[in-house]
Design a protein around this ligand. Structure first.
Ligand SMILES: Nc1ncnc2c1ncn2[C@@H]1O[C@H](COP(=O)(O)OP(=O)(O)OP(=O)(O)O)[C@@H](O)[C@H]1O
Ligand SMILES: [Mg+2]
Length: 230
């Protein structure tokens, strides 16, 4: 079982430069997320939520400041070490699911393992277990266009979890679902994340969704506005 990983951000800024214009997407973020914690991130459009997740995922680099994963500064990691960690230990869930249209539901879910060259005999039992678990056993060989939004997101969640990651990053995973379907999807995401012991950072505009977290923070103009513990 995975143990989850802790995250620490110190004085993080991210400035995008477009021509003569500068956009300060993040402006001095200090944040610690404990191993196994479920942190919800709220805040207005453009306040820096996605940028924050992208930096933690290593999809982008901060302009200033340091990111620590399990108290190890990311700037100290070798490139290939970071690539491997990102690929094998971080799961990302997107608002628009991002399933590959030419792969079946089960192949999409197994994608991280397929890309690592693992044989079907290895991933099939894992995929079967999770599909059963989220009520999609009958949909394993369907293509994404043959699935509902809620079903697609459940497949995407399995894809994020299939490799027993230490960290799950979810950017508005329910943003494209009706509220009932969104709640079902969240129920699975939270339950499965707890089961594998991963840390979860989730961005949402929905207060009801945010309330699933053990802690909620709000971003405003690239800063953290408030922290509410529960
Ligand atoms: N690649 C980029 N180049 C220039 N500016 C960017 C880039 N990415 C983001 N920004 C700007 O940085 C700010 C923060 O963007 P970000 O996507 O993090 O916001 P967000 O809180 O996720 O918003 P939303 O709720 O709409 O998804 C915005 O002003 C945005 O326009
Ligand atoms: Mg965003």
């Amino acid at each position: 079982m995975a143990q989850g990983c802790s995250i620490r951000l110190t004085n993080i800024t991210k400035t995008y430069i477009r021509g003569k214009e500068q956009v300060k997407a993040l402006d001095g973020i200090n944040l610690r997320v404990e191993s196994g914690e479920f942190l919800s991130i709220m805040g207005a459009s453009g306040s820096g939520k996605s940028t924050l997740l992208h930096l933690v995922a290593g999809l982008d680099t901060p302009t200033e400041g340091e990111i620590y994963l399990d108290e190890r500064p990311v700037s100290d990691w070798k490139d290939d070490e970071l690539t491997l960690f990102r690929r094998e230990k971080i799961g990302f869930v997107f608002q628009f699911f991002n399933l590959l249209p030419t792969l079946t539901a089960e192949e999409n879910a197994a994608l991280p393992l397929l890309m690592m060259g693992r044989p079907k005999s290895e991933w099939q039992p894992k995929v079967d277990k999770w599909f059963e678990r989220v009520g999609l056993a009958e949909r394993r060989t369907h293509y994404p266009t043959e699935l509902s939004g809620g079903q697609m997101q459940r497949v995407a969640i399995i894809r994020a979890l299939i490799n027993d990651p230490l960290l799950i990053l979810a950017d508005e995973p329910t943003g494209n679902l009706d509220s009932k379907t969104g709640e079902e999807v969240l129920f699975f995401l939270k339950g499965i994340t707890e089961e594998i012991g991963a840390t979860l950072m989730l961005v949402t505009h929905d207060l009801k969704v945010a309330a699933y977290g053990t802690r909620v923070i709000t971003t405003k103009d690239g800063r953290i506005l408030e922290m509410a513990g529960r």
